[in-house]
Design a protein around this ligand. Structure first.
Ligand code: PFF
Length: 458
């Protein structure tokens, strides 16, 4: 294994596999098991999933390589990386990433808090008895609409994240990812197999595989693009930051493509886990953010050692969320450490504390405070809005800026050299160049203009 490239004591990943697991830890999270199924459910199922896969291939993978190259070439946080490659005005693009990371963390930690609440229920045996759709819905509503619990759980999750980030990127995250990610995968496969073999699961499979392309309109395309960016942790500089810790002589293409591959596999498995169980229990796929939490408890009591499965499932979901929140906080913290000269601890306390304040309205928006539940009469809650603005549109805009910087300012030739550093060839380099220069920017601009000018509803 090669040594990390030292760079002003910033630290680094110890090996390619360590990097892949940490970056996969960032990518694989609630986005795969929680957000992907409900977003697919709200946007028509199979057609959305097909579109999503296209977005991962045509937009996700090229942007992933671009972000990693930006990070490794500059060894800097997003603001530093954009500025170094593009000049002073580009600092704003990195700044958008930092703000977006902060905005995502503020709602993500609320949902991550729910996983802790469900872990508690699993440990205390709530799912050991049979749970139908109604009982499960009531349990979920009870948990998330309790203002004290919602805030305490989000705070606890942010606290956990702060502890890890304060300790630095080092061996801890790498080690934990190496042990936990494989276990997570095995459990997910086992649960998905149970789900697809439930009586009545066929409708769920049909929902995944039957692609009704007439349902695809501009907001659905934007949602698919945003979900691809969100799930792959792109568009806000997380991969720039992680790329800045990536060894110089390692193969960046293999690493980036592996992360995208595993992330997509896990999202699809998330779909195979949720939709068959959902239809088997007679529920609606359009239930929104509560989907996974409501569906999963209906299958645990159908399993041998169901309680153990339930505990393991929510523990691992919480851990998957934690490896993602770490990367979100790391982006913001690395900015204050690199660019503002703050100490890591101080940055963690200030950013974590401020994020908690922004998490409060999200935590209260799930029934705890009616004004936030139906925010400004939009029919959507504060949490949903935060997810749409930061978790979809900001990320898509961020991906666009990355493409413009790498494709037109830094230049694809120079970027390609950075990707190939260490003597590892970028296959289909001209295709990658065209995707970054033309296809991705045009697709993103086209969709953004369409959504804005038609005022298409979300
Ligand atoms: N990719 C994470 C998930 O799918 O849950 C969420 C996320 C983490 C988004 C880090 C963006 C990011 F920078």
């Amino acid at each position: 294994m090669s040594a990390p490239s030292p760079s002003a004591g910033r630290g680094g990943f110890q090996s390619r596999i360590g990097f892949i697991l940490a970056a996969a830890g960032s990518a694989i999270g609630l986005g795969n098991i929680w957000r992907f199924p409900y977003t697919a459910g709200e946007n028509g199922g199979g057609a959305f999933i097909a579109l999503y896969l296209l977005c991962v291939l045509a937009l996700g993978v090229p942007v992933m390589l671009a972000e990693l190259a930006m990070g490794r070439a500059t060894r800097k946080n997003p603001v530093g990386a954009y500025t170094k490659l593009g000049g002073r005005p580009w600092a704003a693009a990195g700044g958008l990433g930092v703000v977006t990371g902060f905005g995502i963390l503020a709602f993500y930690s609320v949902v991550a808090g729910w996983t802790l609440g469900y872990l508690w229920h699993a440990v205390t045996g709530t799912f050991a008895r049979a749970m139908d759709a109604e009982a499960s819905t009531a349990l979920f509503a009870g948990l998330i609409s309790d203002p004290v619990w919602a805030i305490v759980l989000a705070g606890a999750f942010l606290g956990l994240t702060m502890v890890v980030v304060r300790a630095g990127v080092g061996g801890g995250i790498e080690m934990a990812s190496k042990i936990l990610m494989p276990i997570f995968f095995v459990l997910l496969v086992a649960l998905a197999i149970r789900s697809v073999t439930l009586p009545g699961a066929g409708k769920g499979l049909a929902f995944i595989f039957e692609a009704d392309f007439s349902k695809i309109r501009a907001p659905v395309v934007a949602a698919a693009m945003g979900q691809a960016m969100f799930s792959l942790s792109l568009g806000m500089g997380a991969m720039i930051t992680y790329g800045s810790y990536f060894p110089r002589d390692e193969n960046l293409v293999v690493a980036g493509v592996s992360v995208a591959f595993f992330d997509t596999l896990i999202a699809l498995l998330g779909g195979f886990l949720v939709f068959p169980a959902l239809f088997a229990a007679g529920m609606e796929p359009t239930a929104g953010p509560g989907l996974v939490f409501v569906v999963m408890p209906t299958i645990f009591d159908n399993l041998p050692m169901g309680q153990l499965f339930a505990v393991a499932f929510y523990a691992l979901l919480a851990i998957a969320a934690l490896t993602s929140t770490i990367s979100l906080l790391e982006v913001v913290v690395s900015y204050f450490v690199d660019e503002r000269g703050w100490s890591r601890s101080f940055a963690v306390y200030v950013v974590g504390g401020a994020c908690f304040l922004l998490a409060v309205p999200s935590a209260l928006s799930q029934g705890g405070a009616p004004a936030l539940t139906d925010f400004l009469g939009t029919g959507k809650g504060w949490l949903d809005w935060q997810s749409i603005l930061f978790g979809t549109y900001s990320l898509v805009a961020g991906a666009l800026l990355t493409c413009i910087l790498v494709g037109w300012r830094w230049g694809t030739d120079a970027a390609r050299e950075a990707i190939e550093e260490g003597g590892h060839r970028l296959p289909a380099a001209p295709l990658w160049g065209s995707l970054v220069r033309y296809v991705c920017p045009l697709a993103v601009v086209g969709i953004l203009i369409y959504v804005v000018t038609t005022g298409a509803s979300f």
